[in-house]
Design a protein around this ligand. Structure first.
Ligand code: CP3
Length: 364
């Protein structure tokens, strides 16, 4: 493994592992993105996936929020996308401005698993650019904050691969679940195998913590979640940690974010993840009582509160910190990604309040 500069702020790692912290650490999903004018400027010059595939550009963009909110963010997240796995599997994915991801040749029938997807994926060959970006970014961070890696969870990726992009009903992907359940499971397993190798590669390349995004978990009923999501996200945590241990590499903390799957919190806190990320519809009191301190909780302010005035943002953050507690098993975040039309100043008010109220509540 590469030699990296020593870490100066390990707050988020300690929080994830259940150690006491002097204040709750904070980062924000999609913190590198379109709400930042400096990001929009890079995007005018380069296509989305060109930024992902060019380590120097991915490093530059990953560091933008870290530099702008100097000392206020406790983690950086590598600039990439969950849809790089479908690309590695052989599908074309384009990022269309104002529309989002488009897969022009999606999976339609079960036979497409064999005809449209690669049999074996060598993640070093297909996704080596992400590993290079991680190593370069971690060096550029110079130990300021830990670098997070991430992947999309199998069900969410399967849904994009069948829908061909975003969808309100997921009717095509769900057709597979209820008409071809065995083919659906074969596809989910195929994605899981790539996801495991990809996460291990990210950790070897320098990711100090990783998050699994099941963004469309909440589209499934509790029963279907247990069949088509939970076994695969559980497998990912188990296999990644086991393989790293076998190879003599210390496993890093792992976070699971299943948006909308409040009903699965008890299971999600018992399958090998260190941290469970919550969307804003989950009551923190409920989340704490059902997970019983087995995991660190992350979240969960409604991203739209950042459209409020400064006092509303401050009051909401204070209430959130009072409920979650600030010294143990808690990482502050939004309940989903920051929205592209948020004023960067409001993000600053959010971060500053997390620091000041966090320290205050801890008696500092
Ligand atoms: O700052 C970060 O969080 C790191 C980078 C990151 C991106 N996407 C960059 C991005 C991360 C962690 C993701 C994860 C991701 N990508 C998810 C899971 C999180 C979630 O929001 O539920 C999903 C579902 C995707 C797929 C995706 N990528 C969609 C649906 C879209 C379009 C909608 C949107 O928000 O723009 C993207 C595009 C995307 N990914 C952008 C960025 C900065 C904007 C694209 C652009 O610049 O044109």
């Amino acid at each position: 493994m590469t030699d990296f500069p020593p870490l100066k702020n390990d707050l988020i790692i300690r929080a994830a592992l259940g150690e006491k912290t002097e204040r709750a650490p904070v980062w924000v999903m999609r913190q590198a993105g379109r709400y930042l004018p400096e990001f929009r400027e890079e995007r005018r010059k380069h296509d989305f996936f060109t930024i992902c595939r060019t380590p120097e550009l991915a490093t530059l963009v990953t560091l933008q929020p870290i530099d702008r909110y100097d000392g206020l963010l406790d983690a950086a997240i590598i600039f990439s996308d969950i849809l790089v796995i479908p690309q590695a599997l052989g599908l074309v994915v384009e990022m269309v401005p104002e529309k989002g991801p488009v897969l022009p040749n999606p999976l339609v029938v079960p036979e497409d698993i064999d005809t449209k997807l690669q049999k074996n994926v060598d993640v070093y060959q297909e996704l080596g650019y992400v590993f290079k970006a991680i190593t370069m970014t971690r060096k550029a961070l110079n130990g300021r904050v830990p670098l997070l890696g991430f992947i999309g969870a199998p069900w969410t990726l399967m849904a994009y691969m069948i829908e061909g992009g975003g969808s309100n009903t997921l009717s095509k992907a769900k057709t597979w679940l209820f008409r071809y359940p065995e083919a659906a499971k074969r596809l989910l397993q195929k994605i899981t195998d790539v996801a495991v190798d990809f996460l291990i590669g990210q950790i070897i390349a320098g990711a100090q913590m990783v998050q699994v995004f099941e963004s469309w978990g909440g589209e499934l009923s509790p029963h279907d979640f247990t069949t088509f999501s939970l076994p695969y996200v559980a497998q990912i945590a188990e296999r990644v940690k086991a393989k790293l241990k076998l190879d003599g590499i210390t496993p890093v903390p792992m976070t699971i974010f299943c948006k909308g799957s409040w009903y699965a919190l008890e299971s999600l806190s018992s399958i090998g993840y260190d941290t469970v990320s919550l969307d804003w519809t989950v009551d923190p009191v409920y989340a704490k009582s059902i997970t019983k301190g087995r995991v660190t909780l992350q979240g969960n302010m409604d991203p739209s509160v950042l459209y409020g005035d400064h006092d509303t943002i401050r009051a909401t953050v204070r209430k959130m910190l009072e409920t979650f507690g600030t010294s143990e098993r808690y990482i502050v975040n939004l309940g989903h990604g920051i929205l592209p039309t948020v004023d960067p100043e409001n993000m600053k008010v959010f971060l500053e309040t997390v620091h000041s109220v966090g320290l205050q509540l801890n008696g500092a």
